[in-house]
Design a protein around this ligand. Sequence first.
Ligand SMILES: Cc1ncc(COP(=O)(O)O)c(C=O)c1O
Length: 392
Amino acid sequence: MTSPKPPRGRSTEILHTGYRPPEGFGSLTTPIHHASTVTFTDVASMRARDWRNKDSYTYGLHGTPTTFTLEERIAVLDGGEHTILTPSGLAAIALVNLSLLKSGDHLLLPENVYNPSRDLGASLLASWGISVTQYDPAEAGAVVERMTPSTRLMWIESPGSVTMEVADVPALVAAARSKGVLTAIDNTWSASLFFAPFAHGVDIVMQALTKYPSGGSDVLMGSVTTRDLKLYEKLKLGHMRLGLGVSGDDAYLVLRGLASLKSRLAQHEQGAHKVARWLEGRPEVAQVLHPALEDCPGHAFWKRDYRGAGGLFSFVLDRSIPQEKVDAMVDALELFQIGYSWGGAVSLAIPYLMQEVRTNKPWNRGSLVRLSIGLEDPEDLTTDLAQAFSKL
Ligand SMILES: Cc1ncc(COP(=O)(O)O)c(C=O)c1O
């Protein structure tokens, strides 16, 4: 009798799951399959095919062996069963909303939500009769009060990608479940390496693969993962109806990035920690918003539920420093580039006008600068910050 194989780690599985090349064509890469029109050997086989099955083509929009391989690997990474790819992270958010909500439904968004997601709720969703209420992610105990009999879905973003507060995800999920409300989490910050939402009862895990899984700052992609087959089928129907296919070339870039995800994240984490500690010691800085630091809002939840931190965090400058000086400091940075998005090899800095992002927290009153720490030597980054701080 052969003994059962021991379970493998996710770092192994995201390299080995999925694509099997044809006999005699073995290599270590997944070929890029291009397909819009696909062909069938005869009418009977054309009629027998079902677009939901991944074992053969029905139409290029529904996927190719390249995109199916990436879907399987992201499902492993997220700890789920079924993954759908979308042309951007924002498209993944839209897919969830558009597939699961209808006119008359109510949606809950956290106050720290990615701003374009808030905008989608306030514009298109509102115009289609879907109402949206925001809740304070720091007050999980009060979220039930925001629910109505029409609430269908609650998004969670932890930590918030600008304000960085970590949510009590198990408590939010418990509140949602008590009212039969589905939960979806934007898990981009942790890249699903540092936080396992399904283990905490979340129904849908979304990631912007644009960030850490790609790592290249050169491709846009999003993913939506579930464990529940019925939920997956609803989302898959929405994906098909909205025509949100992704190209094999882009999927290849993410597959390539995925192989080094764990080691890159370890370096991002180490660098960010060093830069954050350096900022803590600066008199110009009122607060460093890094989930692994003790005074970050929600740090206790991070400590309880997370296995690490990536490279994205923010700091708030003393409120006596005017915005023009903060902008001049950011302009003076030489290694840090000024840019939205994050998760690539080159460090980024971006100043936020907090009044536009979130108004009701004390740490929001000073000027906030968000940093995405890349893969440079952290000492070079603190030297760069030190010379730029002279502008303050
Ligand atoms: C937290 C978060 N979610 C989603 C997205 C959207 O990803 P994409 O840029 O691929 O649309 C972003 C982009 O910056 C983000 O920061």
